[in-house]
Write a protein that binds this ligand. Structure first.
Ligand code: SF4
Length: 437
């Protein structure tokens, strides 16, 4: 008879849904089905069961072919590469648990690494803005129970965070939101007619790259000052209508994504979006929240915040933690040829970095730790497959609203496979020996 594991946490996106049910085979060794997850979340669990999954490290040979290696050999190669490098880049850290991030930070400190996470290509501008002007935040629980005006700016949760709207932001009924979606006003600001926009009460089709102007206009409208007839492609009547809806909310929230963090003005877009939120708090209660992508990118910022004082782009090469995005960010370092080895864990820069950066990864000694075969593993010299966090090993992860959630192990990893944390513990031990620490 199959077994049902309940209250499972989904380790895919920053929504970290914690109500999944996983159906296991009679012997508890195989995942048969996943209930409550969206399609991408369910695939993460089912993909771990793939028959052709790699279960041992593999080293690239001179002729480009791969040769299986033991975990001990992989640990030795990685430790030697990091210990010998003058300035290694240790990148990723967003699809793993905080425990592994902690051990990885210790390795980075010992080898004087450039530590960077995936925020560098997504919400890094948000982190800079939050340091500039602070952030009026809230939890997703407050959104579910209180929010009657919800704004999605430059994000499309219908595709990127598929259960966000049903669990927290639009459809659920909460303590003070008993009518569910009928009691909420949903505003989408996006140049594209997205699936999220199709269910909104109002869609503001802002002109591409002109978010800053529209946010400025909202500040003007909130204060009741005059506006030009059209701003960023939006008629002033619509801007005033949205400003009034926001001011009259009982509790409002702005969710924003890479449509704003990576369009023109970048972190200044977020500065002003936060200032809009601040202005609104003179009339009602309003909060703002980034739609974080990888399930524990928020956690890597938290762990480095405790350990180094900075959430990404941390330069440890001088024996102290320095932080200067633009100088100490992965792509800048790679393109300028300032790093001499690359270690990747818990992300896929091969799929997301510009071509010139990936070419540098290909030319440098490169180790990639990932359960999957990815574009990053294609350019690696050593590929180390590991157990899936949240499926085959538990550990702490931070949801997009900075709430820490304990993920659970559901099944055993294939025999003899290491977890991220175990692999990094092995590398740390060996680096200490090599450095005589
Ligand atoms: S919304 Fe995100 S966390 Fe929730 S089930 Fe889908 S992928 Fe997983």
């Amino acid at each position: 008879m199959t077994k049902l594991v309940t209250d499972v946490v989904c380790p895919f996106c920053g929504t970290l849904c914690d109500d999944l049910e996983v159906v296991l085979s009679d012997d508890g060794k195989k995942i048969v089905d996943v209930n409550n997850a969206c399609a991408i979340g369910a695939m993460k669990f089912l993909h771990s069961q793939a028959e052709d999954r790699l279960t041992r490290p593999r080293m690239r040979q001179e002729d480009g072919s791969w040769k299986e290696a033991s975990y001990d050999e992989a640990i030795e190669y990685t430790a030697q590469m990091l210990a010998k490098a003058k300035k290694p880049l240790m990148y990723g850290w967003s699809s793993t648990n905080c425990e592994a991030q902690g051990v990885g930070s210790e390795v980075g400190e010992l080898v004087g690494a450039q530590m960077d996470n995936t925020a560098t290509v997504c919400h890094g501008s948000t982190l800079i803005a939050v340091q500039d002007v602070g952030v009026p935040g809230c939890t997703l629980g407050e959104v579910k129970n209180r929010a009657d005006v919800v704004v999605f700016w430059g994000c499309n949760p219908a595709h990127a965070h598929p259960r966000h709207m049903s669990r927290y932001s639009i459809f659920p009924r909460g303590f003070f939101t008993a009518k569910g979606h009928r009691g909420r006003t949903v505003v989408v600001v996006d140049p594209r007619p997205t699936d999220t926009a199709s269910i909104a009460n109002l869609h503001l089709q802002v002109e591409q790259g002109r978010d800053y102007e529209l946010l400025s206009a909202l500040r003007v409208a909130i204060r009741g000052n005059p506006l030009p007839d059209v701003v960023a492609g939006i008629p002033k009547e619509t801007i005033i209508e949205v400003a009034e809806k926001m001011k009259n909310a009982r509790f409002g929230v702005i969710f924003f994504g890479m449509g704003v963090t990576h369009s023109l003005s970048k972190n200044h877009n977020i500065d002003i979006a936060i200032q809009v939120t601040r202005d609104l708090n003179e009339y009602t209660k309003f909060a703002i929240m980034p739609m974080r992508g990888h399930y524990n990118v928020t956690g890597s910022g938290q762990v480095w915040g405790w350990q180094f004082g900075y959430p990404f782009c941390v330069d440890l090469s001088r024996g102290i933690a320095r932080y200067n995005p633009g100088e100490s960010s992965s792509n800048d370092l790679l393109v300028r040829g300032e790093v001499d080895a690359v270690f990747v864990l818990g992300s896929d820069p091969g799929a997301h970095f510009p071509f010139n950066s990936v070419k540098k990864m290909n030319d440098l000694p490169c180790v990639v730790v990932d359960p999957h075969i990815t574009p990053s593993t294609v350019v690696a010299d050593l590929h180390v497959p590991v157990a899936f966090v949240g499926v085959e090993v538990g550990g702490c992860a931070y949801r997009m609203d900075n709430v820490p959630i304990e993920t659970h192990k559901v099944v055993d990893a294939p025999d003899g496979m290491l977890t991220d944390e175990e692999f990094l513990e092995g590398v740390l031990k060996r680096v200490k020996e090599l450095k005589g620490v």
